[in-house]
Structure formats: C-alpha cells, structure tokens
Design a protein around this ligand. Structure first.
Ligand SMILES: C[S@@+](CC[C@H](N)C(=O)[O-])C[C@H]1O[C@@H](n2cnc3c(N)ncnc32)[C@H](O)[C@@H]1O
Length: 555
C-alpha cells in the first residue's frame, strides 16, 4: 500500500482485492457549475469531465454508481465510506447510489459541513438563502461490525468559564456536581461529615464510594459544608461531536495549494480518526491535491490515492515529500510513462528484477553462478537483462554459451532458447540472432524495454535570474524565469527557496502554472530548487546557487 496511482478510479479499483480497505473517502467532481469544476485542466481530468456531463444527472449518477459499487467491494466488513457532495446531486446520490449499494440499514449520518470560505452564492437579486454547506454521507459496510471511534472537540471558552468555574489548590479547573439523588438505592441515607442528604433526597453513592472519592480528593465542600463531586476539566474528553461540522477549516495559508475544491486537513482528520485505527488502510479514489492521503500518512494509516489527472498525482507526491520526516514509510507513484534516465541509471539488480516482472517473468533471487542469467519465464525460458543501449554481437555469443551450459537438455529441445532484454540492440546483435535462427535453429528473442513498459524522456529546464534590486532592509528581490523543453508540454512548476542538497524536495510553492516566480532573499548564499512536471508526469529538478551580496551570482 501507500501508492499514488494515475488513472480512472474505476479501472484502478478493479485491480484492488475485495475486502482490503478500512475507509473510503471520496470527493468526486460535483454535478454543478461546469467551469468551476475543472481544477487541473489536463487531458485526464477533461476526459472524465466530458464523460460525466454528456447525459445530464442520470448519466452522472450511473457514472458514479459504477465506481461506488467497486468501492463497496473493496471495503472490509468493518469498513465505512464517507461520500462528499453538495445540494446539486445529494438527494440522487443517497437514494439511487448509497441506499442501493450499502443498504438503508447501514446509513449512519448525513454530515453537514460548513465550507471554509463561506463562499456564498446569494448575491444581489438572488432568490434563495446563501448555500454555504456541503453534505457528507457516512455509511458502514456492515453496521454491527463497523469501526467507530467517537470524536470530541474542546469546550468553548464561554462554556468552560460558566461550567468549570472552580479552581482547586493545585490550579486544576473543575465543575462541582450534586451528590444527592431523588431515588434511594442501597446504602444512601447515611450521615456524611455531619450532613444528611437534603430533605426528601438520598446520597447518590454508597458510603464506600464516598470514602474513595474523599481519598482521591474529589469532594468539594460549599460554604455551608454541603459536599459536591469534582469533575476536572483536564480529565474530560470535550464535547462529543455531532453531525453539524462548522469548524473544520484551513489552519494556515500554507495548507492551501490554490484550487477551489481543496478540503481542509482538519476535516479529513476527523473522518479518518473516527472510522479507522493506526495501521488501517484509507483509500481516496478522487484524491485531487491529496488532502486525504497527506492526513492518513501523518496519522500512521496506510493509504492509496487515485486520480485521473497527472497534476493531481504529482502535486500530491510533492505535498507528501514536503510533510515527510525520517521515519515516514515509503510510497510509490504509478504514472503511465517511465522516465528513460531513471530506468537506465538506477541500481542494476533492482532494474533487472523489476523489468523481468513487468515482462511476466520471475527474477532470480540472486545471480546464478557466472552464467549471467537474470530470470525465467513461467515456461522456464531463461531471461537475460542488459541495462544498456546498442547491445552488440558479443553479448549474443556469451548468452548462447550460457544457455547451453545452463540446461543442456532444454537447450536441445527448446523452441525459444532464451530472451534478451535491453534498451536497444546494435546491428551486429540483430544480424547474429537472425543467423542463429536460420543456420543453427537457435531462437533468441530480443525485447526492448520500451516494448515492455512505455518510456519517455523527461523535460529539461533552464532558469534565467533577474535581479530586481534591494529594498530598504537589504533584502533583494529576484525574479526567476524558466524555459522548458518538452515533447509533451508542461503541467506545472514547484519551487523550494531553501533547498538542502541530498534531502527531499520540500516545496514552498507547490503548484505554479506560470513558471515565473519572484522571491526576496536576505544577503548570503541560497540554494533554490525548481521542479518542472510535464504532461506525462515526468519531472526534472534544477538547483541554483545564489549569492546575494549586492550582486547576484548563479551557478
Ligand atoms: C473535487 S476534486 C478532489 C479534491 C480533494 N478532496 C482535495 O482535497 O484536494 C476531484 C478530483 O477527482 C479527479 N477525477 C475526476 N474524475 C476522475 C476519475 N474518473 N477517476 C479518478 N479521479 C478523477 C479530478 O481530477 C479531481 O482531482
């Protein structure tokens, strides 16, 4: 787990095991204002967008229903779903999707969430009240088995001041509750420190209990000597949360990535904490800028995020890198294309094992003797991998002799004697393979990496630095202008103003569409890192060294 996956969630969900996930939170594109919905503007998002719109609300509902059915399948019996929507389609979603798939009996709440930016649509002349809330439907997969942890929020200061209005000698705030009760029950009419219960009433506790409270210092006496039980504020969990959520808001400016449908982390914290425990698995099939997975990661849950937009997947990847520390668990990002340079220059053994698996073969756990064979197909055809380009004739000669020694019997009877995988093959190798087949009946299959996985070249990035001058405090404003070469086009840029070489990229500006940024620097040396992401999701990093000391020096 811990994967970011690019793709239509319907297709991705089909490959997820049944009953393997503890919580699904989904914030699908709404059935609402068309333009407002497009966040990323890339081809993945646009395709999905057109899909949903082509046949009105009925089409939207069947589009979503298909996907929710898969979500239901992947949920464990103890799991739950939270579906975020608004007034445009909520009634249809509840009746036609959730009640049908999860069953009315598994309905738990209709949570009303007051949106952060009380973005109010009741402008002048509007004939309705401002619509400022979203709806989050909460269903269990199986009500009786579902995980649920009640949530609490801090008491308001007014409530604390009026209710927890006493302070003990150690400075602990408490409220004092009556120790008498209307009904008798066992040992409840005794005299306590010379006081009987008020007329017509009884003590609420037995004498033994009262002695225990007293030993714990939990009895408070009023001026008249009447005993009360102390309830300390710091021992209370707070107010238990109901289904009206009005204070799940963005905690800081930095939390905002910069698009209208981003949800605050506080909202997802509440959902994840209520429906999962540490180590559980959280799935967001429409993850957007990755709020759910970022929070799940911070709360030590495993997670899976899916989005059809390259930008969403990469923004989420950078967001996770920004918040992660030394002990964070690793995650992988699955795009549709692989970067040639990364594959070509990564650890050889890792690459060999991976590409053999992608080809449907089984890699050797370790190299077998000096034969240089790296794995085999399920029918036992040996596979060799060369992590290089232009593989030559000598490699073919060595492979044939290795195959002979590897399994003599097989070699004499095989139809395909071996498979050789490389980035590309030279003319000499191709000719020798043809000759072997024609003259000696030895069949070798040459397979390029690109035939197994789609490969692309990442973009290249150049930065131009313009010194805009110093302000009165000696800070210098610098403008950075980017020039990108890419065969597929640019998605976005991310910027880090204090980059530490060797450590992960912690973006200060996470989602910049323009490629131009201005920033102020104090005198001294600065490392600035810029990433560009192209339409395949491939990225390049450029690091600049700036010396700000009257003049700017780049390197
Ligand atoms: C409303 S946004 C989610 C926002 C997110 N909750 C957040 O806080 O950032 C919806 C997302 O669904 C994605 N999307 C649309 N259709 C999709 C599909 N068929 N499969 C996966 N993702 C899809 C969009 O690209 C968009 O990022």
């Amino acid at each position: 787990m811990n994967e970011l996956i690019l793709g239509d969630c319907l297709e991705v969900l089909k490959n997820i095991d049944s009953e393997s996930v503890d919580l699904v939170y989904l914030d699908p594109p709404f059935f609402s204002n068309r333009n407002y919905e497009v966040i990323w503007g890339d081809s993945g998002e646009m395709r999905s967008f057109q899909d949903r719109w082509s046949g009105g609300i009925d089409h939207y509902i069947s589009w979503l229903k298909e996907r929710v059915m898969e979500m239901h399948r992947v949920l464990k019996p103890t799991g739950s779903i939270f579906l975020h929507c608004d007034w445009h389609a909520n009634a249809y979603i509840r009746v036609y999707i959730l009640d049908k798939i999860f069953g009315e009996q598994n309905f738990r709440n209709q949570i009303i969430w007051k949106r952060t930016t009380t973005h109010n649509d009741s402008g002048q002349g509007a004939k309705h009240f401002g619509r400022v809330t979203d709806i989050i439907f909460f269903y269990a997969k199986e009500l009786k088995k579902a995980t649920f942890n009640p949530q609490y929020e801090r008491y308001t200061s007014d409530y604390v001041a009026s209710t927890y209005n006493k302070v003990d000698a150690e400075g602990r705030r408490f409220k004092a509750s009556d120790l008498s009760a209307a009904k008798p029950g066992g040992d409840t009419s005794y005299e306590w420190h010379g006081k009987k219960p008020p007329t017509g009433r009884y003590w609420a506790y037995s004498q033994a209990n009262m002695l225990e409270f007293e030993a714990e210092g939990r009895i408070y006496y009023s001026k008249t000597g009447q005993p009360y039980l102390k309830h300390y504020l710091d021992a209370m969990p707070g107010t238990s949360i109901d289904e009206l959520w009005s204070n799940c808001v963005f905690r800081s400016k930095k939390e905002r990535i910069g698009y209208p449908t981003q949800k605050p982390e506080a909202l997802l914290e509440r959902i994840i904490q209520s429906a999962t425990n540490e180590g559980n698995i959280v799935l967001d099939p429409f993850m957007g800028g990755g709020t759910t997975v970022a929070v799940a990661d911070r709360l030590d849950r495993a997670w899976l995020g899916i989005d059809q937009s390259v930008a969403a997947v990469k923004v989420t990847e950078f967001r996770l890198q920004r918040q992660r520390g030394l002990f964070s668990k690793p995650f992988v990002t699955r795009l549709h294309k692989y970067d040639y340079d990364t594959l070509r220059y990564q650890d050889a053994f890792e690459f060999e094992s991976w590409i053999i698996q992608q080809y449907g073969g089984l890699p050797n756990i370790k190299q077998r003797g000096d034969l240089g064979l790296d794995g085999r197909l399920p029918d036992n055809t040996p596979i060799q991998v060369k992590r290089s380009d232009n593989v030559g004739r000598n490699v073919i000669d060595n492979l044939v002799s290795a195959l002979r020694r590897y399994d003599k019997n097989r070699f004499e009877q095989a139809q395909t004697h071996g498979v050789l995988i490389a980035f590309s093959f030279g003319k000499g190798a191709v000719q020798e393979v043809a000759r072997l087949k024609n003259e000696e009946g030895i069949v070798l299959k040459l397979v390029t990496v690109e035939e197994i996985v789609p490969i692309a070249k990442k973009p290249t990035l150049q930065i131009n630095v313009v010194d805009l001058g110093a302000d009165s405090k000696g800070q210098r404003e610098i403008e950075f202008q980017t020039t990108v070469t890419s065969s597929v086009g640019v998605q976005f840029f991310a910027w880090c103003w204090a980059y530490q070489a060797g450590s992960s990229f912690k973006a200060d500006v996470l989602f910049d569409k323009t490629g131009v940024q201005r920033h102020e620097f104090a005198p001294g040396e600065h490392n600035i890192a810029i990433k560009v992401v192209d339409n395949d999701g491939l990225e390049s990093l450029e690091v600049l060294r700036l010396k700000v000391n009257g003049v700017v020096v780049t390197g």
